[in-house]
Each structure stands twice: as C-alpha cells, then as structure tokens.
Design a protein around this ligand. Structure first.
Ligand SMILES: C[S@@+](CC[C@H](N)C(=O)[O-])C[C@H]1O[C@@H](n2cnc3c(N)ncnc32)[C@H](O)[C@@H]1O
Length: 252
C-alpha cells in the first residue's frame, strides 16, 4: 500500500524544517557549480530544496516534491514535482542542475533521463559509494549509515552512463565546509554531538535513536578522552579531504 511515508518527499517534509540554517551553501562548491553551468541563462534546479547553489545571473525554476522544502526556497518560480516526471517541454532550459538529491529519487536513471530531455546541459553533484577512504564516522561508530548510503546512492558509473557525462570533477571537502551535510564535519567531530546538526542530515534522520544515541555516546567519550584525536592526528593537519564527492557534467 502506498502511504504518505513512502512518498519520496516524505523524509524532507519531516526533516526539512530549519534546513537552511544548517545547510548553508559553501562558496567553493558554489564556484565549481557555477563554472559547470557554463553561463546558462535558463536553469531548472531539480531537487532544489531551499535553493542552494543556484546561479544569481540566470532565470531559475526550482523543482522539488517536498512542500516544506519549497516553502524555504526564496525564488518566485517553484514547481512541486519529482525528477521522474518533469512538467516541462523538451529542450526548455539551457541547463538542469541536481545537487545532492539523486540519492533521494526512486528511479535515478529515469530522473536523469528527464534532465537530459528538458535541458541541453546537465550538472549533477553526488557521492561515489565505491570511493575510499570513508568518513571515520561510518567505519568506527555508525556502520548502519554505510548500509543506508549504499542502498540509496547509485554508482558513479551508472550516473555517468545515464548522463553520458563528458566531465567528472572531484570535490575535496574543505575542513570548514559550510553546507552541513554529513561529510561537512570530518575535521570537526564535536559537531556530530549536536542534535540540530544531525537533524539536517537525512541519514541520521532515517536511523532510529536506539542506533544513533549509543554511537554518539561512544564518540563523546572518545572526544573527552582525546582518543579520537590520537587516532586521527593525520586528519587534524589537513585542509581538505577527497571523500568521493563528484560533479558530473553532460550535454552542451
Ligand atoms: C539534500 S536535499 C538537497 C537540496 C538542494 N539541492 C541543496 O543542494 O541544498 C535533497 C532534496 O531532494 C528532494 N527530493 C526528494 N525526492 C525527490 C525526487 N523524486 N525528485 C526531485 N527531488 C527530490 C528533497 O525534497 C530535498 O529537497
């Protein structure tokens, strides 16, 4: 039976409140996305959320199935829809962008085909589940996140293939990355102790407290005893880390 909780937007209808306070667009990722959009004048932002990373100089239409997310989007042109059936004619836009969203789509291949249908160029930012190293949080504290991530992130090859991507760029995550998705705090472990920060990440939101709370208690103990710092002394000196985030570009 199809219930409200099964809808793709359901998770963001639940966790989306306050999203934009924690998920502040990072200027370095913004610059990379702007370059990839290649001066597009008309852009559709699919899975737009609160509108992060949209180019200021273009006409942008935001598409998202979650009303809670669309309500936080400051733009005037907003459409409630899923990526798998975009309500636009073929070739309507110079570019389509999809940033940290395709892992939420029930059928990413179909959604990516829609991006190619409605726009001449496609810019997709996602995570490669085959990339190593993984974030220490998964290896040492919450392997349950790994299972969840692997079940929802398509392989990079699949995404590149569906887009016929001609460009795949790595994005090493800066240590002070401002957009609070899970990876942002790789060098700021205390941040994971904050329930407000955890709430802005859909993985934490999907795991039951009975799984998350004991893991966070162990992390707190390791931070208090500084055993985390001893284990990760190498990370503390790094400015950025490649954890497998990739920008793919297809089309012209
Ligand atoms: C992590 S947020 C990313 C939002 C924004 N792109 C950003 O970079 O901040 C993921 C977004 O994907 C949206 N989403 C979920 N299912 C979707 C679908 N089937 N098609 C398009 N977007 C979807 C969610 O509602 C949410 O706003």
């Amino acid at each position: 039976m199809d219930t409200a909780a099964d809808r793709p937007s359901a998770i963001y209808d639940r966790i989306g409140m306050g999203y934009s306070d924690i998920r502040r667009p990072d200027p370095r990722l913004h610059a990379l996305i702007s370059r990839a959009l290649g001066g597009a004048r008309t852009v559709v932002n699919v899975g737009a959320g609160s509108g992060s990373y949209e180019p200021e100089e273009a006409d942008v239409i935001a598409v998202d199935p979650s009303q809670v997310m669309l309500d936080q989007h400051p733009g005037a042109a907003k459409v409630k829809a899923g990526a798998e059936a975009l309500p636009f004619k073929s070739g309507s836009f110079d570019a389509a962008m999809a940033i940290m969203t395709i892992h939420h789509w029930p059928d990413p291949r179909r959604g990516l085909r829609e991006l190619r249908r409605v726009a001449r160029r496609q810019v997709v930012f996602t995570w490669d589940p085959a990339h190593r190293p993984e974030l220490w949080l998964l290896e040492e504290y919450l392997p349950e996140i790994r299972e969840l991530e692997y079940s929802r992130f398509a392989s990079l090859d699949e995404v590149a293939d569906a887009l016929e991507a001609h460009t795949v760029l790595p994005f090493p995550v800066p240590h002070d990355f401002t957009d609070g998705f899970q990876i942002a705090y790789w060098r700021r472990p205390d941040s994971y102790l904050d329930p407000v920060i955890r709430r802005a990440s859909s993985t934490f939101a999907q795991l039951p407290p009975s799984v998350v709370e004991p893991a966070i208690a162990r992390l707190r103990a390791d931070l208090d005893s500084r055993s985390w710092h001893r284990r990760h002394a190498d990370l503390l000196g790094r400015q950025s880390m490649d954890y497998g985030y990739r920008l793919l570009v297809g089309g012209k």
